[in-house]
Design a protein around this ligand. Structure first.
Ligand code: SAH
Length: 278
């Protein structure tokens, strides 16, 4: 389809809340940087994430982040954990937004460090909007999301021309009182489905997918703590997904990977084992 040429965009003033890649080399005092910490292994941080951590005056971080990553901030930087799952103490999102605003207004360089990528199931969108509404410049440094980290660590391609044309990243988490998620669109076998935060809802998710036509024998992989030294992967079938999670005592953080691409991981493992034996 022919589209008319768009008029050129006006230049973005340096340091504006909508900074462009060209001016992103500067981390100005009084601004916030949402930094993706990747899936766990500190080696999977981007160079820019390391740079921004090294420039931080204040670091607000989530639970479960590797202490090695936190040490990349200067020793004198304040470090504030805003979500401690173990003690069930998590600061409400509105309070986190306010802290970001207050520190930035105080002239500090604020890093908000999040697991994986800040804009994928990470509430980075909410923080970006709150900062923009307060007139505070905000940069986003992308991170390797858990699905991509897990795929690489396991040798489990999320797409493959013989198996899956596409891949959906969805959350299994529902807010209380929210209507059920629509699983009808995830019933096609040509789609890999990666579910974040899906452990608690696994039985419901599996039954919905089966009710909408997914084969009970569809391969599944449950990946716990991908890209860490404690990584664990358990494979099975969709029909017994919830049972597998219970039997293997899988704990958060974990991903559910659903689709025939899981067999590629199993093939790869078998080939690697054969190569070791022969
Ligand atoms: N922004 C993050 C996702 C945050 S939501 C990202 O892009 O990866 C938190 C959920 O992500 C967890 O409940 C789990 O489902 C998944 N997750 C995060 N890190 C993980 C890891 N190392 N291994 C497996 N799942 C992980």
């Amino acid at each position: 389809m022919h589209r008319p040429a768009l008029p050129p965009l006006p230049p973005t003033p340096a340091g504006s809340p909508h900074s462009t890649p060209r001016d992103s080399k500067v981390f100005a005092p009084g601004s916030v940087c949402l930094v993706g910490a990747g899936p766990g292994d500190p080696d999977l941080l981007t160079l820019r994430a390391v740079q921004r951590l090294g420039e931080a005056d204040v670091l607000l971080y989530d639970h479960l982040l590797d202490p090695q990553i936190l040490r990349l901030a200067p020793p004198q930087a304040s470090r504030i954990c805003v979500g401690k799952r173990a003690s069930r103490h998590t600061l409400p999102q509105a309070d986190i937004n306010q802290l970001l605003i207050d520190f930035a207004r105080n002239g500090q360089r604020v890093v908000r460090l999040k697991g994986g990528d800040p804009l994928l199931f990470g509430r980075g969108g909410e923080e970006m909007l709150a900062l923009a509404a307060a007139g505070i410049p905000c940069e986003v440094v992308p991170g390797i999301s858990a699905a991509l980290g897990a795929a690489a660590a396991l040798g489990l391609p999320l797409t493959h021309r013989d198996h899956a044309q596409g891949c959906s990243l969805v959350t299994g988490h529902r807010r209380q009182g929210e209507s059920a998620l629509d699983w009808t669109q995830h019933s096609t076998p040509e789609q890999t489905l990666v579910v974040y935060m899906g452990l608690g809802e696994a039985a419901h998710i599996a039954s919905q997918l089966l009710a909408h036509g997914r084969d009970p024998a569809t391969p599944v992989a449950i990946v716990e703590r991908a890209c860490s030294t404690a990584q664990r992967c358990v494979c099975g079938q969709l029909a017994t997904l919830a049972q597998l999670i219970a039997d293997q005592q899988i704990a958060s953080p974990a991903l559910l990977i659903i689709g025939s691409v899981v067999t590629l991981h199993q093939q790869l493992q078998a080939l690697r084992q054969q190569a070791v034996i022969s």
